[in-house]
Design a protein around this ligand. Structure first.
Ligand code: NAD
Length: 561
């Protein structure tokens, strides 16, 4: 079926759902507002006609040839041996009833996300000075972007569908929301405090928001900035870390039972913590980490406590902040329990642009000499990051983003000569500055200068000024990460012909990388920071689950007779 005016794929996305003032009748009610295409339910399954794909009511099963190449450099040649590994994927079709428990639900991200879901669920429209605004999920890769499935044989044109329609995925409106915060403010008041959404929307979602009160949480004062202490009035009474783990586990179980959920995702969107020291015998192995918790060791952070509790409850845990929650022992614990984890740090504004621009420069054969990034912001995140130890965590996660692109090009960037005692490959100078300027609130301003070498000693300077409404960019990513994590718990695989039993994917969900600044990957494997490659990996994986091979942009139909 080709996309034309009557398909659900072209139902009129306009201007983010904003209707000009002239068109607005003051008597118009929310119920009359059309649902924005990013929030619409289409329920039209993709079915693949191929002997290698099987569709039953319960599962989509696909056979997939994973083609790669082994490359060995010898003195005289570079030998490439094509490889083929056969996989079978099995995806449970029924979407699970899913709850999202946010740590830090009372913050800017937590309240913005919750209000956005209520607004979409109840189709609440609100007035701005430009007109009537309808709710939407713009900024969500899954809900607001499309991918090419193939070609319409009649027209020879590309057929694109929303990413969220490729496989069955949770609709964000259906997520059951809850969470913890060290601040006791119910979510209506916390939303007022955040100052992110228009007042006319806040006013209307407030009664829904008021029904959610953050659960008491864990507060170890030296992990977040001292300037956060005045918020901390909602704490679990216990003082021992082992009791904290048990308390959080009980909270997860209770939330699951009370809401009749099949799956709970736990998401850290609380303040950025300082880094934990990696100490031998403390957090290096799963057993040592559990023992350190038992012994109330000071180098176990609140976020690691939440991660451990989630792993033990088989609830996927995603870290939306930059600190090293996933100490080696935590990753090993997840592996032992075959539980899912993902992180670190939401990639919303400056870093997302950087992961595109750095790749563009290096792949264009231009040599970035320096990348200088400056931000200022005035929300509570900025206030927390004005403290040095917490800024350090952010600086680390923001800095690694160009590493793989630079390392991939040894023509422009000299490899370390170990015989000369050089330890590091050549790298552009890269600095990151963050300043707290309360006046600008959630509207972060980021300035980046890319200073590069071009032909014959020339220089090229690119300056980017990016004004981002921080929480409105970040919250769709939380949704994407949650929805993808739920999907990935329904995908199993087996190797053919060796294995017979289907098993779940590896614990670290690196397929979430597109939305994350410093992607956590399987220890010992390469981190991919390039936004283009991250997106392609996601598209290819979704296609593989359907049994579709990656055809890339070879587009042989356009290049052959
Ligand atoms: P915020 O300061 O508004 O919210 C954080 C919330 O966490 C606060 O309500 C605070 O009381 C709570 N909190 C702190 N410690 C806690 C604990 N131990 N348990 C439970 N609650 C706790 O921050 P935000 O703007 O919502 O951002 C949240 C996190 O996401 C930050 O770490 C930030 O660095 C990260 N992040 C945000 C963006 C963005 O664009 N908004 C992008 C990348 C990463």
């Amino acid at each position: 079926m080709a996309p034309h005016a009557t398909t659900p794929y072209t139902n009129g996305a306009t201007n983010g759902g904003r209707v000009p003032v002239d068109d607005v009748s003051f008597n118009r009610t929310s119920a009359a507002a059309p649902v924005h295409p990013t929030a619409a339910r289409r329920n039209i399954p993709v079915v693949v006609n191929s002997p290698t794909s099987q569709f039953t009511d319960e599962y989509i099963t696909s056979k997939f040839e994973y083609r790669g190449a082994d490359v060995v450099a010898t003195e005289n040649s570079i030998e490439v041996t094509p490889t083929v590994n056969n996989f079978e994927f099995r995806t449970q079709r029924k979407v699970q009833k899913t709850g999202l428990l946010m740590v830090g639900i009372g913050g800017n991200n937590g309240t913005t996300l919750t209000a956005t879901i209520f607004a979409n669920r109840h189709n609440i429209t609100w007035r701005t000075k430009e007109g009537l605004q309808t709710p939407n999920y713009i900024g969500s890769v899954l809900r607001a972007s499309t991918m090419r499935l193939g070609v319409d044989p009649k027209t020879g044109r590309d057929f694109n569908i929303p990413v969220s329609d490729v496989l069955p995925m949770v609709h964000p409106n259906d997520l059951v929301i809850g969470g913890w915060d060290i601040s006791s403010l119910p979510l209506d008041k916390a939303m007022y405090r955040a100052q992110v959404l228009d007042w006319d929307l806040q006013r209307q979602v407030a009664p829904y928001m008021a029904t959610i009160k953050p659960l008491p949480s864990i507060y170890y004062p030296d992990y977040i900035a001292a300037n956060q202490s005045e918020r901390a009035d909602n704490l679990i009474p216990a003082s021992l870390k082992k009791d904290h783990v048990e308390h959080i586990r009980r909270d997860i179980r209770k939330f699951k039972e009370e809401n009749g959920l099949d799956r709970v995702i736990v998401f850290w969107t609380a303040n950025t913590e300082r880094y934990s020291d990696i100490v031998e015998g403390v957090n290096d192995t799963a057993e040592n980490l559990l023992r350190a918790i038992e012994n109330n060791h000071s180098e176990v952070s609140p976020s690691t406590i939440f991660a451990v509790a989630s792993i033990l409850e088989d609830a996927p845990f995603i870290n939306g902040a930059p600190q090293n929650t996933f100490v080696p022992g935590c990753i090993k614990l997840a592996e032992q329990h075959r539980a899912f984890i993902g992180g670190d740090d939401l990639k919303s504004g400056q870093t997302k642009v950087k992961s595109v621009l750095a790749e563009f420069l290096v792949n264009a054969g231009i040599k970035p000499l320096s990348i200088s990034s400056y931000n200022h912001l005035g929300n509570n995140d900025g206030r927390n990051l004005s403290s040095q130890a917490q800024f350090k965590s952010k600086e680390i996660s923001k800095s690694s983003v160009v590493d793989d692109m630079v390392d991939a090009n040894h023509l422009l960037f000299k490899r370390a000569d170990k015989s000369l005692g050089e330890r590091k490959n050549e790298h552009p100078d890269h600095i990151v500055v963050i300043k707290y300027v309360p006046a600008v609130g959630d509207s972060k301003r980021a300035i980046d200068e890319y200073y590069s070498e071009i032909m014959m000693g020339g220089r090229n300077t690119l300056n980017i000024f990016n004004e981002c409404e921080d929480s409105l960019l970040a919250t769709p990513l939380i949704l994407d990460l949650t929805v993808l994590a739920e999907l990935l718990t329904r995908v199993q695989y087996r190797r053919v012909p060796e294995g017979t039993e289907f098993q779940s994917l590896y614990s670290v969900l690196s397929l979430l990388s597109y939305m994350l600044k410093a992607p956590l990957v399987k220890p010992g494997t390469d981190v991919v920071n390039s936004l283009g490659r991250q997106r392609l990996a996601l598209e290819n994986f979704l296609k593989a689950c359907l049994g579709l091979q990656h055809e890339g942009d070879l587009l042989l139909n356009t290049r052959t007779w």
